[in-house]
Design a protein around this ligand. Structure first.
Ligand code: PGA
Length: 250
């Protein structure tokens, strides 16, 4: 049984005060949610305050990026041990906005992923094709490339600690959700890649979340797919009512 994960990616929204207020309001709304893991990913500046505000609840905290080195002359970067110290348990790696805006490559994703694992963080690694790639029938090719590069040289035991998020770039922030069937096809393909390259039992156990315009009114259809193990939610995770409705989908 793969335990679902509902994760909210706040992107560059919410100052510390707003973030803490949000958690205080969210706590009672998701307190009964034993069917899934609940994760929120605030901006770096709010991580520690959110971790404190969520202490003792079922809300876990993720960062939105991580450096691959532990420390050093890397202006602007934040390392995995620093994220742990701030109270993070998870970290999002390779989000399409980082790939597109910040030139994140599969090789960098791989280094960050290893750094996160070494520090004991649970990585949520994003993959997904753009609209042009989908229309050119290149979805599998892109997922294969992102998988081979981003997840290179990892062991089966590493995989048991990783969460994957399939986020078709054309569905992010556009209001255009992949249909549950389209999402499930890509999830199946990713699982088949893992089965082939790493092993069948690893493939059966790894959780693959869907991301891209997930909302309270489409979560049930997505979660009805056997292949979909949860959601990485952007816009709809910023409001307490919509995020808690998504968490409480069953
Ligand atoms: P969205 O974002 O839900 O606003 O489409 C998802 C994401 O970028 O993770």
């Amino acid at each position: 049984m793969r335990r679902p994960v509902i994760a909210g990616n706040w992107k560059m929204y919410k100052k510390i005060g707003e973030a803490v207020e949000f958690i205080a309001a969210l706590r009672p709304k998701v307190a009964e949610a034993s069917h899934c893991e609940v994760v929120v990913a605030p901006p770096f500046t709010a991580l520690q305050a959110v971790a404190k505000a969520a202490a003792g609840s079922n809300i876990q905290v993720a960062a939105q990026d991580v450096a691959w080195e532990k420390e050093g002359a890397f202006t602007g970067d934040v390392s995995a041990p620093m994220l742990c110290e701030a109270g993070c348990t998870h970290v999002i790696i390779g989000h399409s906005e980082r790939r597109q805006i910040h030139g994140e490559t599969d090789e960098r994703v791989n280094r960050k992923l290893k750094a996160a694992l070494e520090a004991g963080l649970t990585p949520i690694v994003c993959v997904g094709e753009t609209l042009a790639e989908r229309e050119a029938n290149r979805t599998h090719e892109i997922l294969e490339r992102q998988f081979s590069g981003g997840f290179a040289a990892l062991t089966a035991s590493d995989f048991s600690r990783i969460i994957i998020a399939y986020e078709p770039v054309w569905a992010i922030g556009t209001g255009r959700t992949a249909t549950p069937e389209i999402a499930a096809q890509s999830h199946r393909y990713l699982r088949s890649l893992i089965a082939e390259k790493i092993g069948k039992s690893v493939a059966e156990q790894i959780r693959i979340l869907y991301g891209g315009s997930v909302k309270p009114d489409n979560i049930q259809g997505l979660m009805a797919q056997e292949e979909i193990d949860g959601a990485l939610v952007g816009g709809a995770s910023l409001k307490r009512d919509s995020f808690s409705a998504i968490v409480n989908y069953p």
